[in-house]
Design a protein around this ligand. Structure first.
Ligand code: 4G0
Length: 222
């Protein structure tokens, strides 16, 4: 899967070079290409924004600069996503849907947003990671990319499968424990030390259901 990220702050995606996502890049399971929108300014001062028509506060990213950045990466099969608090809220279902794409172009806005004309022409979907406002779309794009990449086959090894995590089957994950079995008298549940695989699975499912009912009853439709 290929990601092209259009941004004024490519350094903000350094976090995707770490850990599991960094390894997925090295293994060439994914390619994350960062495009600095500023490189497409024709202005001698590399200006990328201007004051809004009609007045008001803040600055608006100019249509020509954003459009040329887009043209530098566009392909027939690419899906263009704009990160905005006005978008459809991201959930695991949406993540699974996006993970089926070959090529995502992610547009990150700063200032008060991007000139609407270029958005109307190029954006296929507006996505929000939640109901709050960030200084730019970059952190939202990094969150979305991480969620997509981790479910791509081969990114997470089969044993620590992404499929057993929270939100698979719409349930919260069961609690987990590691050695020592007794820390300061705080004991790991006996069942997990029993070696009785079927009983353990049953216990974990029951824990999942209990937690979901207590913490996220909305997931059970309650
Ligand atoms: C577009 C996404 C982009 C418009 C982006 C702000 C939160 C999210 C931005 C605005 C973002 C999110 C109208 C404030 C950049 N903040 N929740 N900030 N407006 O996904």
């Amino acid at each position: 899967m290929k990601f092209d990220v259009l941004t004024l702050f490519p350094d903000m995606f350094e976090c995707l070079n770490q850990s599991i996502i960094g390894r997925a890049k090295e293994k060439e399971l994914i390619d994350i290409n960062l495009i600095n929108i500023r490189d497409f300014s024709n202005n001698k001062h590399k200006k990328v924004d201007d004051t809004p028509y009609g007045g008001g506060s803040g600055m608006v990213m100019m249509p020509d600069v954003v459009y040329r950045a887009y043209e530098s990466v566009k392909t027939k099969d690419a899906k263009v996503i704009y990160m905005t608090p006005q978008g459809k809220k991201l959930d695991q279902k949406k993540v699974e849907d996006l993970a089926k794409q070959n090529h995502l172009i992610i547009l990150c806005g700063h200032y008060e947003g991007i000139d609407q004309r270029v958005l109307d022409k190029i954006v296929d979907e507006e996505v929000s990671i939640g109901d709050y406002v960030l200084t730019g779309g970059e952190l939202a794009a990094a969150v979305m990319a991480d969620a997509i990449v981790r479910i791509i086959p081969g990114v997470i090894s089969d044993e620590q499968s992404a499929l057993s995590d929270s939100f698979q089957d719409n349930l919260l994950a069961a609690p987990v424990y590691t050695r020592p079995a007794d820390y300061k008298g705080w004991k790991v549940p006996d069942i997990l030390l029993s070696g009785h695989e079927a009983k353990i699975k049953e216990w974990e499912l029951q824990q999942s259901l209990e937690r979901t009912r207590k913490l996220r009853p909305d997931l059970l439709g309650e």
